[in-house]
Design a protein around this ligand. Structure first.
Ligand code: ADP
Length: 677
């Protein structure tokens, strides 16, 4: 017998080497570091080495292998010695202990065995106290020893190093445990129950001393916990407050952004509306200008026409002088209307992107033929220079170049009294694909004072000099040239010295023709679209069939405006044509059914049936006019590109814009209804 433990000592010496550890009795979780190692000396000793932070999951695994071990029959119908080494346990919850103890109790009774004594190695004070409390519950006798070796020494009855703690076994009923738990509950929550060791009113010999010590420690821990909990709570509160402030700021900002987005949306809407309005206004402006141009052209047509007719009558010198002045003023007015209409077109972006092949030499010739007369009148040589290196075909917008140059040359002639005017083109650089040309109009005229150089490019600006007054002008010529040149990719520059002369110049790129064959067909004169220089007639239309022309061809004039009727009749009669008048399209068709006419001059806007519809009907054979192919010439105050296109589309052969000059009318009639001289 072991005197200390009062238990039966085994017949043979036991040691760890004699303990069998089968692999299926082991459990280890490398991740958490929890382990349960079970070993037995069959029916004599049951050793468990356990360690780590034991959670319920691990305990479940532990009882599984415990079952394995009992099933292998190593502990059956016997009384064995149990050793549990807790020295490596960092934590074990009460639930895991209860689960484990219950399982062990169950297996013991199932296999008719039980531990005679249990050695607990390396248990903490808390564990010891707990195990003491639960000693009866697990129905075991417990001996606490510091190490495993101490346990073996005691079992082998060696007194050497082994030192079993004095065991005061306490048997506690479940009811007492409940009461204790209730008491603990109070103690844990009220400092009144705290056991203050310094007062030392519980003697260390009292078997409950360790328990009181534990409770005291727990209470200290709890107080510490409560303190940190309070601090944590304060921190959480502060953090929450901070979060609340942030949240508020965030929601304010969100609101702000939403408001800004709304404002932005409104601004976008307003902008859209403004753009729509601007577009509508621009359309209205264009329409207004087209209308006003139409309205002005009609009386101007009468003024110019009648003045010209007047000049054909016998006038004395004074009368001729007055009439000449009327004619000049009327022509200036005509020019102004054209300029305004052009400028409004440029401003509203109605420029044509279309480019064509053209020969710069022919373009220069063309300008020369238009303006040489006025230069000659002032005895000013007007020369055009172009080096032979410039190819005969360039790709660009000849119409706009022509118009810009006409405006510049007109000004040069206007503001020069002696000397000369030189128009030149020089290549400045060349790539395989394009030519860059410097084009200039240089005069030896009055020049432009330094401080006025910028001013003259603004529209409706004329320098207040006697020359400008004398020569007249719209103040739009330079503005139009500037816009056209910038549309073509250049910019109009000026070098000028007062009283010495001016040079207006610009550099433009012209693409070279792609193929050699492209150079053969160039077009320097006007393609279809023109601005100020809208041709008075459209020359590309079908030519009449040649036959012996009558002496006084009969012309049907379809026109509702009485003054226009008078002007046209007078002009046509003067040109030796016979004229009949219809006041609208319906009347015209009736007339064409009855008499053979050589030509129809057709107004566009008339009551009952306008010019477009009338022409369409004339062309239909079923209408029954005598000659459905009769040349129809539109006579219109509408000078827009669309009008012109519409005329041709309706089946008209040509068109002439009001105001009509006698010479232009004569040329047109000669082309479409020639008369024998
Ligand atoms: P305008 O129809 O009056 O000629 P422009 O816009 O063509 O209108 O020209 C504006 C003004 O610039 C002219 O009135 C004139 O004072 C000045 N100007 C233009 N070209 C010349 C030039 N070659 N020499 C001197 N002054 C010129």
């Amino acid at each position: 017998m072991n005197p200390l433990t009062n238990t039966r000592v085994l017949d043979e010496l036991v040691s760890i080497d004699k303990v069998e550890f089968k692999s299926e009795w082991q459990f280890e979780d490398r991740k958490t570091g929890v382990f349960y190692r079970n070993g037995v000396i069959p029916n004599k000793l049951f050793l468990t080495l356990l360690g780590g932070d034991i959670e319920l999951e691990s305990a479940k695994n532990a009882i599984k292998i415990l079952g394995n071990m009992f099933r292998s029959g190593v502990l059956e119908n016997c009384e064995y010695i149990r050793i549990a080494d807790y020295s490596k346990v960092t934590r074990a919850s009460i639930n895991t202990r209860i689960l484990y103890a219950n399982t062990l109790n169950r297996l013991n009774s199932e296999y008719h065995c039980h531990p005679s004594i249990t050695y607990i190695c390396g248990a903490s004070i808390l564990l010891k106290t707990m195990l003491r409390l639960f000693a009866s519950y697990v129905k075991q006798k417990l001996i606490f020893v510091p190490t495993l070796q101490d346990a073996f020494d005691l079992i082998n009855n060696r007194n050497g190093t082994a030192s079993a703690e004095k065991l005061h076994q306490i048997t506690v009923s479940s009811q007492e445990m409940d009461e204790f738990a209730a008491e603990c509950g109070h103690i844990l929550f009220d400092e009144f129950y705290t056991i203050d060791e310094t007062k030392n009113f519980i003697s260390p010999n009292n078997p409950l001393h360790p328990l009181y010590t534990i409770i005291s420690l727990l209470n200290d821990d709890l107080r510490e916990l409560k303190r940190t909990e309070k601090e944590q709570k304060q921190k959480i509160k502060a953090t929450l407050e901070h979060a609340r402030v942030l949240n508020k700021e965030l929601s304010d900002q969100k609101k702000n952004i939403e408001e800004k987005e709304q404002i932005q949306q409104i601004l976008i809407e307003n902008l859209k509306l403004a753009r729509e309005n601007a577009e509508i206004a621009s359309e209205a402006k264009s329409e207004f200008l087209a209308n006003i141009s139409h309205e002005i052209r009609t009386p101007l047509h009468a003024v110019l026409g009648m003045t010209e007719l007047l000049l054909y009558t016998a006038l004395n010198n004074e009368q001729k002088n007055y009439t000449d002045t009327i004619l000049t003023s009327a022509k200036q007015l005509h020019h102004l209307i054209n300029d305004i209409l052009d400028f409004s077109k440029i401003e509203s972006g109605q420029l044509d992107q279309e480019k064509s092949l053209f020969d710069l030499r022919i373009l220069f010739d063309d300008i020369s033929s238009i303006l040489a007369g006025s230069a000659l009148k002032k005895s000013l040589p007007l020369t055009f220079t172009i080096p032979s290196t410039i190819p005969p075909a360039l790709w660009g917008n000849a119409i706009y170049l022509r118009q810009a140059l006409i405006n510049l040359v007109q000004n040069a002639i206007k503001f020069t009294y002696k000397g000369k005017i030189v128009v030149s083109a020089e290549p400045v650089s060349e790539t395989p694909f394009e030519f860059n040309l410097r084009i200039s109009v240089k005069d030896t005229g009055i020049g432009i004072p330094e401080e006025k150089k910028e001013l003259i490019f603004q529209r409706f600006t004329q320098l207040d000099s006697s020359a400008t007054r004398k020569e007249g002008g719209t103040g739009l010529g330079l503005a139009i040239a500037t816009q056209l040149i910038s549309f073509m990719g250049g910019s109009l520059r000026l070098n000028s010295c007062e009283n010495e002369g001016s040079e207006f110049w610009f550099i433009l790129s012209f693409r070279k023709p792609k193929k050699e064959s492209d150079t053969t067909e160039t077009n320097a004169s006007m393609p279809d679209t023109v601005l100020a220089m809208l041709p008075e007639t459209a020359s590309e239309c079908q030519k009449p069939v040649d036959s012996t022309p009558p002496k006084n061809p009969r012309i049907l004039l379809v026109e509702d405006n009485i003054i226009n009727q008078q002007v046209a009749t007078a002009m046509l009669t003067k040109l030796a044509y016979t004229v009949d008048i219809s006041v609208n399209g319906l009347e015209a068709i009736e007339a064409l059914k009855k008499k053979p006419y050589a030509l129809v001059i057709m107004d566009l806007q008339m009551p009952h049936m306008g010019g477009f519809e009338a022409t369409k009907n004339i062309r239909k054979p079923e209408t029954g006019v005598l000659n459905p192919n009769i040349p129809v010439i539109a006579l219109t105050a509408n000078a827009t590109k669309e009008d012109r296109e519409n005329c041709l589309k309706a089946g008209m052969n040509d068109f002439i814009t009001k105001p009509v000059m006698m010479q232009v009318l004569q040329e047109l009639l000669q082309k479409w209804a020639p008369r024998s001289q």
